[in-house]
Design a protein around this ligand. Structure first.
Ligand SMILES: Cc1cc2ncn([C@H]3O[C@H](COP(=O)(O)O)[C@@H](O)[C@H]3O)c2cc1C
Ligand SMILES: O=C(O)c1cccnc1
Length: 409
């Protein structure tokens, strides 16, 4: 993926050189796992909150972890030529109108971010209109190409978009962001997103296509055909992340990929959103292998390709709310869950502090009432608080942060 590759069409420049991200801190992870067991509750009783709290501590490199002080939502906006092909239920001009709506505070993401205590920033990467200078500083072009028959952008534009995403991540982290959420806004963007996911995971167009903004059956046929044509064009680039972005994505998706990779390089945790953001995340993991250790999936979108992408990344979504909006709206709903997880590990009393009896003196043989077999929750050894094996939702391989067995390696 790194060296220049020669194709029949062009010489593809090397992928941007992201530093390999270091994993979240394994020592802190072990400390956090050990602390979870001391808190005044049966081990494992806080379910997935325990694993999430351990993950946050290991990302922050500190135990107990800190509540997030400056969570930020960054919405990457862009138009797509394919939107002219009947693949969306809405017209292209909605993208610029929604960028203005987000700036004015009236979109779903604004009210949900307010509710969760996060700031929102929207950026025009490729909107097919002139937008306010406050959002267009990184604009790459007006609309990306129609991916069924032309490249989304040039190599130079692709690299510029990736670099923009990277610079934006640096800006956010440098100004104190301690949790990042990526959102998308762009009529037609679920078509390139589904195409990217299908190309990377070798999925048939009919299995990857979804209803997006709510297309009817005629739109579904057009969208499936567009994904099929895009996949045909992307065929030679399935092992070339920059080539894939150039052929079948858009400047907005390329910027998200750069942003997500750099967030990991900067050791900043991310909550992923739905289909569009997760499509970019697949590319980002190619740029910066291991970046996914810094991400959690906020929710499962109803878009079928989202589930395919999550499976590929080994991520289990926190929420399932039947949402299919984008903008970062699903991810932001998971922020209170993450804050709750942090609060438990940071602020609960331990058994010793509260003078509550723990179960270390309880012997299953002497006390048949609390027989380990009937009450597995009291058997600390067989049920480590965050044991990936007993919680298959959590993928130990991809998320060593939650693997109690390898906590100290
Ligand atoms: C008013 C409105 C607000 C949105 N906010 C996010 N999307 C989402 O829907 C669009 C993608 O779906 P498709 O590929 O079917 O066009 C993107 O703009 C995405 O951000 C919206 C769509 C609309 C219409
Ligand atoms: O899941 C998403 O990201 C999504 C779904 C529908 C429309 N826009 C975005």
């Amino acid at each position: 993926m790194k060296g220049p590759s020669v194709t029949s069409e062009s010489v593809i420049p090397p992928a941007p050189d992201f530093e390999p991200p270091a994993p979240p801190d394994p020592e802190i992870r072990a400390q956090a796992q050990a602390r979870q067991v001391l808190l005044t509750k049966p081990s494992g009783s806080l379910g997935r909150l325990e694993e999430l709290s351990v993950w946050v501590a290991s990302c922050q490199g500190v135990c107990p972890p800190r509540m997030f002080q400056r969570p930020r939502v960054i919405v990457f906006a862009g138009d797509h030529g394919i939107a002219q092909g009947g693949v969306s239920a809405f017209p292209t001009e909605v993208t610029a109108q929604m960028v203005a709506n987000i700036r004015a505070g009236g979109a779903a993401i604004n009210v949900l971010a307010d509710n969760a205590g996060a700031g929102v920033r929207v950026l025009d990467m490729a909107v097919d209109a002139d937008t306010d200078p406050s959002v267009s500083a990184y604009k790459v072009r007006r609309s990306s190409g129609s991916i069924d028959r032309e490249d989304a952008m040039t190599d130079e534009e692709t690299l510029r978009a990736i670099a923009a995403g990277r610079a934006i991540a640096d800006e956010e982290v440098d100004s104190g962001a301690d949790l990042l959420i990526v959102g998308d806004m762009g009529i037609g963007n679920t078509t390139p997103a589904a195409t990217l996911i299908a190309a990377i995971t070798d999925t048939e167009p009919v299995a990857a296509v979804g209803r997006g903004t709510g297309i009817d059956d005629a739109g579904w046929m057009l969208k499936t055909a567009a994904i099929r044509d895009g996949l045909r064009r992307a065929r030679s680039y399935t092992r070339d992340a920059v080539g894939l972005l150039r052929t079948v994505s858009g400047a907005d998706l390329a910027a998200m990929a750069g942003f997500l990779a750099q967030a990991a390089v900067r050791r900043t945790p991310v909550i992923l959103d739905g289909l569009v953001v997760t499509a970019s995340a697949l590319i980002s993991e190619e740029f910066a292998p291991g970046a996914r250790e810094w991400w959690v999936a906020g929710h499962r979108s109803t878009e079928p390709a989202h589930t395919i992408a999550l499976r590929h990344l080994g991520l289990e979504p926190i929420l399932e709310l039947n949402m299919r909006l984008g903008e970062g709206s699903g991810a932001i709903m998971a922020l209170p869950v993450l804050q709750g997880a942090v609060a438990t590990l940071a602020h609960m009393a331990t058994f010793a502090e509260a003078g509550v009896s723990d179960n270390t003196g309880v012997d299953a043989e002497d006390h048949p009432a609390v027989d380990a077999e009937d009450h597995p929750a009291v058997d600390a050894e067989d049920h480590p608080a965050v044991d990936a094996e007993h919680h298959p939702a959590v993928d130990a391989e991809h998320h060593p942060a939650v693997d109690a067995g390898t906590g100290s390696d």
